[in-house]
Design a protein around this ligand. Structure first.
Ligand SMILES: [Zn+2]
Length: 48
């Protein structure tokens, strides 16, 4: 399955993605760096 990294906007395979859960939704990231950026300010990215 292809997923979108909401921080840097790239598409990647969910097998390779780093995940984080926020408000019951799972988000996918290309790397730990993007996950950390997301977790610092999840409201900025939660719309999708
Ligand atoms: Zn990323």
């Amino acid at each position: 399955m292809r997923v979108l990294d909401p921080v840097c906007g790239i598409e990647l395979d969910d097998d390779l993605a780093v995940t984080a859960e926020y408000e019951g939704k799972v988000y996918h990231f290309c790397c730990d760096g993007c996950k950390k950026i997301f977790l610092k300010n999840p409201k900025k990215y939660r719309s999708r």
